[in-house]
Write a new protein. Structure first.
Length: 271
């Protein structure tokens, strides 16, 4: 991949890789959080913990309605909805992920809804949600200004945005390194803005940033867990046509000092 991915590219990518990553990440399709090096939590506990950190930052009240932009297979939406007694609508551009997410509605039909939709054109009215969260989805979108503007449009004043994703770290020359560019291509990411650049984009979309937390060191064990699973299952997933990163690519993600991972919490300002 040399050009920035389109929505169709990303949807097709997740049609291929979702099952592989879910198998390696305890059923989720996002990184885990470990408290420190001595934390021996399983990958499932760690990835659910990251979901809970996002849910806590949404500051939800029972009965509220939040949007999950890039809902994956629906596991985070299901967990946030059932633990907080809130309604969650999830959107994805992967038809495979949508089918998986819809299966979860059976467990909480009054709280969950999923649909195929593009973050660049959200099919919802202005101010129709009490909050929005995006876990490792915004990075795939080339036009981040439009996507964040759409999130700002559909959240009521006072509602929260919680963003969790990889971000770039600029070198001393003020430029992104070659490792960052290579990793972005491997993960179908449309560039890796820094945390400060994301802060500016989020504020321009009508939000006031409340908190930026760098948890890069707490997420690095994810790549070791993924590598271990893929070593045992790579042949099967390759036979199914899935794009399996090799050990060197995963090690690059784990060891790179050109990337980190942040949690950003913001509140929709009043007009």
């Amino acid at each position: 991949m040399t050009a920035e991915p389109t929505s169709a590219d990303v949807g097709a990518y997740y049609d291929r890789v979702s099952d592989m990553f879910a198998a390696a990440m305890g059923g989720n399709v996002h990184v885990g959080y470990w408290h420190d090096e001595s934390d021996d939590s399983s990958i499932e506990v760690a990835t659910d913990r990251l979901t809970d950190m996002v849910g806590e930052r949404l500051a939800l009240s029972q009965g509220q309605h939040v949007l999950d932009v890039g809902c994956g297979n629906g596991k985070p939406a299901h967990r946030i909805a059932t633990r907080n007694g809130v309604h969650v609508t999830g959107i994805t551009i992967s038809e495979h992920q949508l089918r998986q997410a819809l299966e979860r509605v059976k467990d909480a039909p009054d709280l969950l809804r999923f649909e195929l939709a593009d973050a660049l054109r959200l099919p919802f009215g202005d101010g129709s949600f009490d909050g929005v969260f995006a876990i490792e989805s915004l990075g795939h979108i080339a036009d981040k200004i439009t996507a964040l503007g759409e999130m700002g449009r559909i959240v009521r004043p006072g509602g929260r945005l919680v963003f969790a994703d990889l971000t770039g770290v600029l070198g001393e020359d003020g430029q992104a390194g070659k490792e960052t560019e290579a990793s972005a291509q491997m993960l179908m990411v449309a560039g890796l803005p820094t945390a400060d650049q994301y802060r500016e984009l989020i504020q321009a979309a009508g939000f006031d940033v409340l908190e930026v937390v760098d948890i890069g060191e707490n997420t690095r064990k994810t790549y070791d867990h993924v590598a271990d699973v893929l070593k045992a299952t790579a042949a099967d997933f390759k036979a199914e046509g899935q794009d399996v990163p090799d050990d060197a690519e995963l090690e690059e993600l784990s060891d790179s000092d050109e990337m980190t991972y942040v949690l950003i919490t913001a509140v929709r300002r009043a007009e």
